[in-house]
Design a protein around this ligand. Sequence first.
Ligand code: RNT
Ligand code: ZN
Length: 413
Amino acid sequence: MKTYEAAKESYAALRVDTEEALKRLQSIKISMHCWQGDDVRGFLFRDNDLTGGIQATGNYPGAARTPGELRSDMEKAFSMIPGKHKVNLHATYADTDEKIDLDAIEPRHYKSWVDWAKEQGLGLDFNPTCFSHAKSESGFTLSSADESIRRFWVEHCQRSRRIGAYFGRELGQQCVTNVWIPDGYKDTPVDRLAPRERLKKSLDEIFTEPLDETYNLDAVESKVFGIGSESYVTGSHEFYLGYAVKNGKAVCLDTGHFHPTEHVSDKISSVLMFTNELLLHVSRPVRWDSDHVVILDDELQEIAFELVRNGLYKRTHIGLDFFDASLNRIAAWVIGMRNMQKALLRALLEPTETLKQYELDGNYTARLAMLEELKSMPWQAVWDEFCERNGVPVGIRWMDEIHSYEHDVLSFR
Ligand code: RNT
Ligand code: ZN
């Protein structure tokens, strides 16, 4: 393409190789979360209310009702997303006719997902589902003072890890199994320590069984507060950071789980100094909500810079985490995935060595000037080239696909 050739020259003048950037972007997998497709309902307990602070607002028509529909929807989304990626499943997305509870899940209940992933050339990630369930109604799961409740969730998480290892073995690529729990108090607690002691005990029990890390990587995800747990969350950032460092686990940083003046982009380099691998749940917080569709905003770009500038993306598993029921759900996936990739591409097109030198020289004027000029460099032509080479729609043309799918498929649900 002519515009690509021109862009290639502009970047070459800054000693940036666009071909190298395209090659590296091609190698970065993003884990697309299945739960945007059906508003976090899953298939095991379709009539359960969403709890644990998880709220999907909106009633846009066409949500997936079956594993088959969800897979078709994700295939449609992937046909508009350049590259080969992963799919992130929750335990409640088991594909089975058996009436099973979460303490009875087994790899066979997820076999159809594995078959599909193989056929589509996708990887899989996994999450125990410790919410939207009768046994999480008290607001406590792994840190519950009720021993039978706590044991139930430990069993669920133990089984979830085995399913993760099964995914990894079958697909020949590592599965990240991420533990997030909603536990916490609406109002100021008297005892902040005891629930954390119980959570530590539960995690120790969950991680006792040794599993080959080639196939399953354990991650733990914190949250600053949730709807209904405004005053205290057992699994806080300090709690999990400490646990992960001490026990060789991966931390999951969800970009919607911190105070609005804190930035995940500033945490990545610190966390990765003391842990081997990192999981990101890329999301977008708006006011009280932590899960809006990812847009190409400054923080997303800053995260991408952090991942690329020092090669930290090689130790980071990038996953998305949002759910918006007021939009076409497939479009929501495509927007989020393409934005994550655009941000990474812009970072890959940065003359980082030049900028680092300015910084070391104390030449902050040149650093600022260059950073600002880069924003209006023709990265978009490189992005279009990437889409074209990957055989996916260039520019907003992908919305035509969304409209026909809505007309031909979604409107009949
Ligand atoms: C909730 C956490 C968690 C969930 C998903 C569905 O606050 O972010 O990751 O969003 O597991
Ligand atoms: Zn998350």
